[in-house]
Design a binder for this molecule. Structure first.
Ligand SMILES: C[S@@+](CC[C@H](N)C(=O)[O-])C[C@H]1O[C@@H](n2cnc3c(N)ncnc32)[C@H](O)[C@@H]1O
Length: 224
């Protein structure tokens, strides 16, 4: 069995190596997004950034970008990403030349994540902001976001109740999944049809599913 000091030292070594590696990849790829990941590794060692940027999370968000572009194009005014966690999706939009978004605000109820999202998206400057709020408490009619993204529908109790707060005609991109065994998932759906029925969007521009090893992710793009 390893003693605690040795375990701590190994964790510290791993952390330094992860920082060196992400900085190296950022330099090689000339990527502001990877530079942002390196900054998060350095400044927020407590953040679960490896989880937020694992290959499955990245695949789901690349899928979101592709289908959004195909169904609505790439030009947007104010974009709200709700349940935005560490701001990975905004970072991926800023990294994608197909998209021209005036401003992306990542909004999450957890007060610990805003600083991490700001660190990740620092290169976007004034075009990115991370805010702490409950998505049920936002004034959508006053802010008039051009697009509302919620890729955390499995984390909120009443998806249709939340959609009812949005003004009619608001464009939305929604993701959920059937990963029932994850304890923080309080509202998974068993199928794409169940998700369509739950959301009951007025207009659907895209509806589809992305199978991954342990679960299937569902996505709807349309208007409320
Ligand atoms: C695990 S994360 C994101 C998962 C999702 N697969 C993704 O990457 O987009 C879910 C986030 O939703 C946030 N969240 C849960 N309920 C919320 C609410 N009512 N308002 C805003 N954020 C909320 C949590 O704090 C958490 O950061």
């Amino acid at each position: 069995m390893m003693d605690a000091t040795r375990t701590d030292r190994l964790a510290e070594d791993w952390h330094e190596r992860a920082y060196d590696l992400t900085r190296g990849i950022a330099a090689y790829a000339a990527s502001p997004l990877i530079e942002g990941l390196a900054r998060v590794v350095a400044r927020h060692p407590e953040a679960e950034i490896a989880n937020a940027f694992n290959h499955k999370q990245v695949a789901c968000k690349m899928w979101a970008r592709d289908k959004l572009f195909e169904s609505c194009g790439g030009r947007f005014g104010r974009v709200w990403v709700l349940g935005g966690w560490y701001g990975v999706l905004p970072a991926m939009f800023f990294d994608d030349a197909r998209f021209d978004m005036d401003m992306i605000e990542s909004i999450d109820i957890d007060p610990d994540v805003a600083a991490i999202a700001e660190t990740l998206n620092r290169s976007a400057g004034e075009r990115f902001k991370a805010l702490t709020s409950d998505m049920y408490a936002l004034d959508y009619a006053a802010a008039k976001p051009d697009l509302v993204i919620n890729s955390s529908c499995e984390h909120i109790a009443d998806v249709r109740g939340w959609l009812d707060i949005l003004p009619e005609g608001t464009r939305v991109l929604l993701q959920s999944n059937d990963y029932f065994s994850e304890p923080s998932h309080i509202n998974c759906v068993a199928s794409l049809t169940a998700f369509e029925e739950m959301a009951a969007l007025r207009e659907v521009r895209f509806s589809g599913e992305l199978p991954t090893k342990n679960y299937t992710r569902f996505m709807l793009i349309g208007t409320v």
